[in-house]
Write a protein that binds this ligand. Sequence first.
Ligand code: ZN
Length: 344
Amino acid sequence: MKSRHVLILFSIVFLYSVNLFAQTITPAAPAVENGMTPAIKLYCEKLEKSFKKYGWNKSECADFKWSHYRNSVLGNPLMWTVFGDVSDENKDSFKDKDVTIIMCGVHGDEITPVKFCFDIMYYLRAAYADPQNAKDFHNKVVLVSPLVNPDSYFKAKPSRMNARGIDPNRNFPTKDWQIEARKMWLTKFRRDKRRNPGEKPNSEPEVIFQVNLIKRFNPDKIVSVHSPLTLLDYDGPQHSATNGLDGSKAQELLIQMSKDAAGYNIKDYPFFPGSLGNWAGQERSIPTYTLELPSSDPRKSGEYWSLFREAMHKLVVHNLRQDVAKAPETFKNEPTENPGLIPN
Ligand SMILES: [Zn+2]
């Protein structure tokens, strides 16, 4: 082999290694709150293309104000947008606010949920601007992250897992993760590539993103939209919980949402080691709803939004707090390993 060839070969191996290294660390993102940057603009262009591909109307992605601290494995922004006022986030007055977190596109091959979150955003944008709703939306804050797993969604053939082949809904740092998650994957799921929980908990940027968002804003309720299991599932407190939230109110809301959506199927789906329902609902007593739409068919997005519009309105405006006079020490005062503002 000529030395020139050796040099070329060496260069290829070197560049490949650099690329692998770049993929194993989360690329740094310039932090932005409630704004627009070139990175977000680029992301919105990609999203717009996907909307066109699926036959949806314009996304209006660039018209929303985004908060962006963290990127995915492949460098796509992981972001959320806010409805309501969070300017008092670090003041006592924020504790009185009823915070809802809505997330979609955790599994990148579940296409329709991404549009569903955008439909929620168009709805909330109009609803918050309408003075007639002032009473309903008083002290309500909604954070929407419409695409938690952009790497997989943006692929030519979208997949469930993130770019490292890990399921973002099996990698949450639940108490049973160390003992159960990998064991379950190796035995019960026989190394099913669609259920890989990773080598260690909270290792994936898409999971760290969700964990930090939840820790930072201490929501009163969470909804994660998936497809295609056709069910509405609840994980969280069954009765009054130590965080001041009332499980019976949360279950009333579950029933109400089903009623509003033509009696949609309520099912107590089991939660798994490393799942959001387990980490947020079971362990932290935050009422956590999983809405599984009937299919991932992008042509059905309008139909699904009509079915759930009223339920999503109720979700946002329904207060799940216990009677304040009886509320014990709340979760909001619980010290976390990262007290104060936790950049996402
Ligand atoms: Zn899913």
